[in-house]
Design a protein around this ligand. Structure first.
Ligand code: T5A
Length: 216
């Protein structure tokens, strides 16, 4: 049985998900909550191997769109069974940097697979690990890409395969996320991520504390 909470961060490239996840974790830990941070694709040995295939063509060839969906879902199924559910069952909270909504936004809205099909496969992969709250960090595509480019100059890193898709693809992903948030108002909280990190973190903390620590 789930005793902890599952909070997922979603949003386009460069929205600041990892930055905000770290800030939220610091606040939760200060309240004495045990928190596990994980990310998708990845978070397990199998998942990290799949991440290499998906992002940097570690298998030596591009996955076709259908394989891409199934590889993300395979990474997710492993993460849920090996990391997320065991943590939630013992009462820890899990902060996951991207989760099932990423597949709906990127492979559904972005690549054009039907959202109903992706919902079905997501459901199979996540089982009972339905997020208690999904924080959608909304950023416009050009600002998100500028942030990624700036970070890459700093780290001398290369863009990955999906990040390198055309701007039109990333516009579809952003619009898809906004539609998902509108369709699921009970679970999604949309946050304007086109601001400095600090006010964004304050808004996120208010959303989380209002939902989960209402007595404070
Ligand atoms: N994908 C993933 C799918 O297609 N389907 C799926 O099902 C799943 C799970 C994963 C890729 O896989 C795709 C989506 C992605 O293309 P990834 O490497 O995990 O790739 O990358 P992302 O999840 O996209 O994460 P990013 O690293 O691009 O962005 P974040 O985590 O949103 O942003 P963050 O915090 O790393 O910040 C980026 C830069 O901006 C700065 C940071 O310091 C950093 O340099 N920054 C800010 N600058 C100004 N103002 C702010 N408020 C800032 N916040 C952060």
């Amino acid at each position: 049985m789930k005793k902890g909470k599952l909070i997922t961060f979603e949003g386009p490239e460069g929205a600041g998900k990892s930055t905000q996840a770290a800030m939220l974790i610091a606040k939760l830990e200060a309240k004495g909550v045990e928190v596990i941070y994980t990310r998708e694709p990845g978070g397990t040995k199998l998942g990290e191997a799949i991440r290499g295939i998906l992002q940097y063509n570690a298998a030596g060839e591009d996955p076709c769109p259908e394989s891409e969906v199934l590889l993300f879902e395979a990474s997710r199924a492993q993460l849920v069974r090996h990391v997320i559910m065991p943590a939630l069952e013992r009462g820890a909270w899990v902060i996951c940097d991207r989760f099932a909504d990423s597949t709906t936004a990127y492979q559904g809205f972005g690549r054009g697979f039907s959202v109903e099909l992706i919902d079905t496969i997501n459901h199979f992969a996540i089982g009972e690990a339905v997020p208690d709250m999904t924080l959608l960090l909304d950023v416009n595509v050009s600002l998100g890409m500028q942030r990624c480019a700036k970070r890459q100059v700093g780290k001398k890193a290369q863009s990955d395969r999906i990040e390198s898709e055309a701007l039109e693809f990333h516009e579809k992903v952003r619009r898809g996320y906004l539609e998902l948030a509108a369709r699921n108002p009970g679970r999604f909280r949309k946050v304007d991520a086109m601001r400095d990190a600090l006010p964004i973190a304050e808004d996120i903390w208010k959303l989380v504390s209002d939902a989960f620590f209402p007595e404070d």
